[in-house]
Design a protein around this ligand. Structure first.
Ligand code: PLP
Length: 426
């Protein structure tokens, strides 16, 4: 493979005309492919179908505490669901509150409550002149959408292969009291699939924030979402680490079963210190009489315990692994050594993150669309939808079938090549 940069203008033009012919061929197939959102495939959803039969009209619907799950009662989650999610989130059962069907919803509520009522007695954020959040980039668009919605100023912090740039995080958090939080996806991050190193987690736990009400928003959405049995990432548990460092209240941890059972119909939870949870329950009590206990019971009985859940995740991995392999092999084979893009091979999660040459991402996404392939919008992985280098593209291989993915990967690499050649010819 010769790097495109080393090719002469004539060679690039020749290559371009060959690639354009290939592109027209795929375009003529009138394809409708989608690699835009990280949704489980139908095959993955089918894995959990037996869960629908766990609760039947003749089932005993009384939970461990003796409460009839069909009725009101139990504000923060039935014991068996708390145990299951506590084990999944690697925290004590007493440090967890179960909410409804979405962890994003809990994150939104957490920010909304901080805006209107402050954090454990602090001034409500909405009454402050300025509230800022650190946003590791590239990151999850829906996190950034929440902070944007509340008018919170977002500051980009570059990701490194071991997590966010911690020199920058430490410097900003310790000097600027307007910084109230940081968004983190610490394991198999969205979109890069990076897991924070031990050192990064230690440095997070040792932070000395200028703001008393600074919180780490630790969204461990992909905690048990491995792709391989023999190659797995390990993440230090942050709640315990913060406690050890004398900062027990500095972190909120979020997770859900969205990509374990059914997205939008799973169960979600927050884990935090006793003091944080007391603060949260004060509001929760006003907001609801209790969330869906039947769904909690269904999940607890279906999985039995964390071991059941881990076994179940292996079935997801068996479906996802070949899909990641198709995309990664295509990237390696078609783009390796060309100097027109870089990517990481994740060991878990739902995404592959691709970095094109600067100034090419939007054009690549548009080109792919031209051939019938929808990608996540370029820029979506950055606050305000603005990627300063216009280079990051999130690839979501989970939803299409293997057959569709082969075509989608082909269209993607063709688009990258064509747009890169145009850039080099400028
Ligand atoms: N957090 C991250 C990092 C995600 O990637 C997603 C979904 O893609 C979510 C949260 C959504 O979680 P939930 O379905 O629990 O709201």
């Amino acid at each position: 493979m010769v790097a495109y940069e080393e090719l002469s203008k004539e060679e690039l033009l020749q290559l371009k005309s060959d690639l354009e012919a290939q592109f027209e061929d795929v375009k003529a197939q009138n394809l409708h492919l989608d690699m835009s959102r990280g949704k489980p495939s139908t095959e993955q959803l089918n894995l959990s179908m037996d869960m629908m039969d766990v609760l039947r009209s003749d089932s005993d619907l009384v939970c461990e505490e003796g409460v009839d799950c069909r009725n009101y009662g139990v504000l923060d989650g039935i014991a068996e669901a708390k145990q299951l999610l506590a084990d999944m989130m690697e925290v004590p059962k007493d440090n967890i509150v179960i909410f409804g069907n979405s962890s994003l919803n809990i994150m939104y509520d957490t920010i909304a409550r901080s805006m209107t009522h402050g954090v454990m007695g602090s001034t409500p954020w909405a009454k402050l002149d300025k509230v800022k959040f650190l946003c590791p980039v590239p990151g999850y668009d829906r996190h950034f959408a929440i902070t944007e919605y509340f008018g919170i100023e977002m500051i980009n912090v570059p990701m490194t292969p071991t997590g966010p740039d911690m020199d920058m995080v430490e410097e900003l958090v310790s000097t600027d009291p307007a910084i109230k939080g940081i968004w983190c996806v610490p394991k198999y991050s969205n979109p890069q699939g990076i897991t924070y190193s031990d050192e990064t987690v230690h440095r997070f736990a040792k932070l000395n924030p200028a703001a008393k009400d600074f919180r780490i928003f630790w969204d461990n959405a992909y905690g048990i979402h491995h792709l391989y049995e023999d190659k797995q990432d390990y993440l230090i548990e942050i709640l315990m680490e913060c406690k050890k460092e004398g900062h027990p209240d500095m972190v909120y941890k979020f997770s859900s079963t969205s990509k374990i059972s059914f997205p939008g119909s799973g169960i979600a939870a927050i884990a935090a210190s006793d003091a944080n949870l007391a603060d949260i329950r004060k509001q929760m009590r006003i907001q609801t009489i209790g969330h869906d206990k039947l769904n909690q019971l269904r999940h607890a009985r279906y999985f039995g315990n964390i071991h059941g859940m881990v076994q179940h995740m292996k079935k997801h991995a068996d479906i996802l692994r070949p899909k990641f392999d198709i995309v990664l092999n295509t990237l390696d084979k078609e783009l390796g050594g060309l100097g027109i893009g870089s990517w990481l091979a994740p060991r878990g999660g739902y995404f592959i993150s691709f970095d094109s040459m600067d100034g090419c991402a939007k054009a690549i996404v548009a080109k792919a669309k031209d051939a019938g392939l929808v990608m996540t919008g370029a820029g979506a992985t950055f606050p305000y939808g603005k990627d300063p280098k216009d280079s990051n593209i999130r690839i979501a291989p989970s939803y299409p079938t293997v057959k569709e993915l082969k075509l989608a990967a082909k269209i993607f690499v063709l688009s990258v090549k064509l747009v890169s050649i145009d850039k080099l010819l400028q």
